[in-house]
Ligand binder design. Structure first.
Ligand SMILES: CC(=O)N[C@H]1[C@@H](OP(=O)(O)OP(=O)(O)OC[C@H]2O[C@@H](n3ccc(=O)[nH]c3=O)[C@H](O)[C@@H]2O)O[C@H](CO)[C@@H](O)[C@@H]1O
Ligand SMILES: C=C(OP(=O)(O)O)C(=O)O
Length: 424
């Protein structure tokens, strides 16, 4: 059972420079896509995160040999050894579900368990099933597993009911070998585009990348190659919001400022000074920020993954802010925990009203990755000490969190168990 606790002594403004690592949510589908080729692949600078370790365990189960060289990762799947992804691995995170499309493409069949991932409301997979069926695969749902097979090359037109990141990635992988098809209302998130670029490197033809209509032409065989994953816009956003909440000054390096447009605009609206260069962003916080109205939407809108974190920031901003999440309307597991720190939050018909004020330290629990990010931001700005349980979730999404925050002057300590909790 997880027993680590993150102790945060709040109140220190974050100051300094922090390097942003590659995107977890781009790395994971790219790792799944490595199953498509028998040629070796090298990914440069892969984030060393728990989710990546789980995905590598799944790939190894399916037949991949891999080796770390510093932060680079060499992968090689000469042949698939198994065609099923079990619950023990797929149940740990969402992204592993898309190995299904890769198995179907390479082996002609594949079975996956119902996926896990963060539980912040309903997360159906009907669009994944719809896409594979529309491309001509036979799909059978058996208990909590999904089986798909194809007789010949996949092809056709998928019209998604709504833009889905995972569903679009699933369809891209399914079409990558021999398939040919069009995806309508595809997700346009940078992580989907990054997967598309990686597939292009392997030999798949994709027109329309970054737009909601994608034309995909798979190849008979795919090659290998070396690829650099895009920076993590959610990690970047977390540090920017932490800097804003603590009224500090932080420069992010190795980022894509264009991927952060929606957040940077909101931070500027709130009164903070933002400067950007080709691959860096600096936030100089105003001591008197303004409240905001934030609505999380699909890219290029405000990211749902930053919604719990911007909520935590707004809980520290005097005045009334409002927050809605149009992508995951019930993504509010952080609300009750923020309230323990004194935050005034009222949820009415999926509209969150936030009356910002100075927060105080408390014992809190992260219930999913970005809820953890939000609690962390609140704790950094709060008066007094916060002890956070659920560190497991933070470790799914943030590499070297303690080291990076300490370098920015934060007083954060990862402990085996907080003394006050040990007494329980
Ligand atoms: C590993 C990964 O990359 N996770 C991200 C990915 O999750 P994930 O790929 O699971 O999210 P989706 O983009 O698929 O979900 C978007 C919306 O579509 C709905 N939906 C999705 C699939 C489906 O078959 N049916 C359906 O109705 C979902 O309930 C949600 O309301 O994108 C989300 C939205 O940016 C992010 O919050 C997650 O961090
Ligand atoms: C919610 C996330 O991941 P998952 O989709 O795997 O739950 C996330 O990265 O914020």
């Amino acid at each position: 059972m997880e027993s680590k606790v993150l102790r945060v002594e709040g109140g220190a403004p974050l100051k300094g420079e922090v390097r942003i690592y590659p995107a977890k949510n781009a790395a994971l589908p790219i790792l799944a896509a490595s199953l498509l080729t028998e040629e070796p692949i090298t990914l440069l600078e892969v984030p060393r995160l728990r989710d990546v370790e789980v995905m590598l365990e799944l790939l190894a189960h399916l037949g991949t040999r891999y080796e770390w060289e510093g932060r680079a990762l060499h992968l090689h799947t000469p042949e698939l050894k198994r065609l099923e992804a079990p619950y023990e691995l797929v149940g740990q995170m969402r992204a592993s579900f898309i190995v299904w499309g890769a198995l179907l493409a390479r082996a002609g069949e594949g079975r996956v368990s119902w996926p896990g991932g963060c539980a912040f409301g309903a997360r159906p997979v009907d669009q994944h099933v719809k896409a594979l069926r529309a491309l001509g695969a036979e799909v059978v749902e058996e208990g909590h597993t999904f089986y798909a097979r194809r007789k010949g090359p996949l092809g056709g037109r998928v019209v998604f009911d709504l833009p889905t990141v995972g569903g679009t990635e699933q369809a891209l992988l399914a079409l990558a070998l021999e398939g040919e098809g069009t995806l309508v209302q595809a997700a346009v998130e940078p992580e989907v585009e990054d997967l598309g670029r990686f597939l292009t490197l392997l030999g798949v033809e994709i027109r329309g990348l970054g737009s909601p209509i994608l034309h995909v032409k798979g190849a008979k065989r795919l090659g290998g190659g070396t690829y650099r994953i895009i920076p993590d816009r959610i990690e970047a956003g977390t540090y920017l919001l932490a800097a804003a909440a603590t009224r500090g000054e932080v420069t992010l390096t190795e980022v894509r400022p264009d991927h952060l447009d929606a957040l940077l605009d909101k931070l500027a609206q709130s009164g903070h000074r933002i400067a950007t260069g080709k691959d860096w962003v600096r936030l100089t916080a105003t001591p008197t920020p303004e409240p905001l109205h934030v609505e999380a939407r699909e890219y290029p809108g405000f990211p749902t993954d930053l919604q719990p974190i911007v909520t935590a920031y707004l809980a520290t901003v005097p005045g009334q802010s409002t927050v809605m999440d149009r992508v995951y309307p019930d993504r509010f597991t952080h609300v009750g925990e923020l309230a323990r720190m004194g935050a005034e939050l009222y949820l009415r018909d999926r509209l969150l009203m936030v009356n910002g004020k100075k927060l105080h330290g408390a014992q809190v629990k992260a219930l999913d990755i970005r809820a953890g990010g939000g609690l962390l931001v609140a704790a950094l700005s709060a008066e007094g000490t916060t002890e956070m349980e659920g560190v497991y979730f933070l470790e799914r999404g943030y590499e070297d969190l303690e080291g990076k925050l300490r370098a920015l002057g934060a007083r954060v300590y990862l402990e085996a168990q907080a003394p006050s909790l040990a007494a329980d």
